[in-house]
Design a protein around this ligand. Structure first.
Ligand code: FES
Length: 106
């Protein structure tokens, strides 16, 4: 299990135990984190699972892959730390990861 913290837009912190291989989006949906719509179910085809990776983690998590980058163009309030949470897979290297949810999706 890997620790994952998702901060909702209202500041509520969701401190989760994420299974290795699960995505940040799956953990958000499973734990009813508000603001992650994930309309396409994780297929990298909707951009409604947009999150900001905490500054301390951007290097470890890495940037979006090209297909994800194209989808991110549809995201609201895009920032350099933006990622689609269905494209971030939890691994032991991401133990303690912190991401936050934007004001709205799309
Ligand atoms: Fe649709 Fe992530 S859930 S792009």
């Amino acid at each position: 299990m890997t620790k994952l913290t998702i901060i909702a837009f209202d500041g509520t912190r969701f401190e989760l135990d994420a299974a290795d291989g699960s995505t940040v989006m799956e953990n958000a949906v499973r734990n009813s984190v508000p603001g992650i719509d994930a309309e396409c179910g994780g297929a990298c085809a909707c951009a409604t699972c947009h999150v900001y990776v905490d500054d301390a983690w951007t290097e470890t998590v890495g940037g979006p892959h090209p297909m994800e980058e194209d989808m991110l163009d549809f995201a609201f309030d895009l920032r350099p730390t933006s990622r689609l949470s269905c494209q971030i897979k939890m691994t032991p290297a991401l133990d303690g990861l912190v991401v936050s949810v934007p004001e709205r999706q799309g």
